[in-house]
Design a protein around this ligand. Structure first.
Ligand SMILES: O=C([O-])[C@@H](O)[C@@H](O)[C@H](O)[C@@H](O)C(=O)[O-]
Ligand SMILES: [Mg+2]
Length: 447
């Protein structure tokens, strides 16, 4: 053990990038999104990185963990991480709630912090052993590329706001321009999908729902299927449909969609796990979730109730190693592996690529990634690529990426200049609907 490199320094860097006015049940994405980059340097002079969603309390928690990380031995990664998991911060974290779009309700801070640290340690270990991180996850590397989906949104008209949304005017035609333009109906969403296919070759799509009336969103799914008859298309209304609505729409889409994501949630005294179990029985449509099976205890209840088929185990709210264990359980228990996402930079893209590359078995649904909305804003020299509908595993040890220090500093400066640093999708919505308020049971434009 005396030969193990030691972690010399941990740098915690909040960063910001630009986003489009993407709609969801929580409102509209801000013109900026924020993330945290953790950069570890070890005594061998190597650098390891991790990325996670940004929140002031996550930054505080990372600071609190600094003394456990600096000075720790790289080879004792298990011991270091279990110290984090034994910390009071983890005990204090209540489970993930349904109200994922309300920042103050989002309790993932411990896991978000632990995930970034763990990724950076794995990156360093991979460099030490000259192995990809996928090989350090328990099931080991299974493949070199993973299917990812084209994550489609309805997009509001940024010109109705005074916010600093980018215009895309100077971009080349196609995806890079269209992603900034309003897209509020099925035709516009189909055009977005066409541009995304042209750019990335997707065969899978997810429409972010919970925005318009369920009938409208189902019609958009059908329009996408009509345009891409061989594609796998789904919709995620973030549990805004009632169970009755979900069953009605589910029956309409049965046999046409591979699964529905969080079609309904808690209502009338029944939990989301209970209503999803009823939905599955009534429709036979498989269920994916990132809302009701996000920790071991929730997953246990969801599986006992036969409520879900695809736990979308996001490495940022499980950590990479735990998400790999979920993938192993999926493989052993006849479930399908998937992955949720939020807006992110390319360090997270690499984390997701390694996670997918290590998922055992062949029941893997296309992973989510918001990267296509951020493509071009990379913080690394050669970001992982999405080609032909697949995210390619970067070559090279660790996560296989190299930080672009100048770009990291620019993204950090942008973060420092922001007035609102925590995610708040309600802000942009005020320009569309006066006094708009979040309602977990109503699509955001249904007011
Ligand atoms: O980016 C969004 O607006 C999504 O709605 C995101 O916040 C969700 O967490 C997510 O992608 C989901 O699948 O529910
Ligand atoms: Mg979802």
């Amino acid at each position: 053990m005396s030969d193990s490199p030691v972690i010399k320094s941990m740098r915690i860097v909040p960063v910001a990038g630009y986003d489009s006015m993407l709609l969801n049940i929580g409102g509209a994405h801000n013109c900026y999104f924020t993330r945290i980059i953790v950069i570890l340097t070890d005594s061998a002079g190597q650098t390891g990185v991790g990325e996670t969603p940004c929140h002031a309390s996550t930054l505080q928690l990372l600071e609190q963990f600094r003394p456990l990380i600096e000075g720790s031995s790289l080879l004792r990664l298990n011991a270091t991480l279990s110290q984090l998991f034994r910390s009071e911060a983890r005990q204090q974290q209540t489970s993930h709630t349904n109200d994922i779009h309300i920042p103050q309700m989002n309790p993932e801070k411990f896991y978000n912090a632990a995930a970034a640290i763990e990724a950076a340690l794995l990156d360093l270990q991979g460099k030490l052993f000259n192995l990809p991180v996928a090989d350090l996850l328990a099931s080991g590397k299974q493949r070199d590329r993973i299917p990812v989906l084209g994550y489609l949104f309805y997009i509001a008209d940024r010109q109705r706001t005074n916010m600093n949304y980018q215009s895309g005017e100077h971009e080349q035609d196609g995806w890079f321009r269209l992603r900034h333009e309003a897209a509020m109906d099925s035709d516009a969403v189909v055009r977005l999908a066409e541009a995304a296919v042209e750019q990335y070759g997707f065969r899978d799509f997810k429409l972010k729902g919970g925005v318009q009336a369920g009938e409208v969103e189902v019609a958009t799914v059908e329009a996408l299927l009509a345009r891409f008859p061989d594609a796998r298309v789904t919709v995620d209304p973030n549990a805004s449909w009632s169970l009755d609505e979900a069953i009605r729409f589910g029956k309409q889409l049965a046999g046409k969609v591979p699964y529905l994501e969080d079609p309904c949630g808690a209502e009338q005294g029944y939990s989301g796990r209970e209503t999803l179990a009823e939905f599955r029985r009534a429709t036979g449509v498989p269920v994916a979730t990132n809302m009701i099976a996000n920790d071991w205890r929730q997953l246990h209840h969801a599986l006992q109730l036969n409520a879900i088929d695809i736990p979308l185990a996001d490495p940022h709210f499980w950590t990479m190693r735990n998400a790999n264990v979920v993938a192993q359980l999926c493989n052993e228990w006849g479930l399908t592996t998937g992955c949720h996402s939020n807006n992110h930079f390319d360090i997270s893209l690499a984390m997701v690529a390694h996670l997918g590359a290590a998922a055992p078995g062949d029941r893997q649904t296309a992973f989510d990634t918001h990267w296509i909305w951020q493509d071009g804003q990379q913080l690394t020299r050669q970001p992982p690529q999405i080609r032909d509908g697949y995210l390619e595993l970067p070559s090279g040890p660790g996560l296989g990426i190299e930080l672009d220090r100048d770009r990291v500093e620019q993204a950090h400066a942008l973060y420092n200049a922001l007035p609102d640093k925590n995610r708040n999708d309600a802000l942009g919505m005020q320009f569309l609907i006066d006094n708009w308020r979040y309602d977990a049971k109503r699509p955001s434009l249904v007011r």
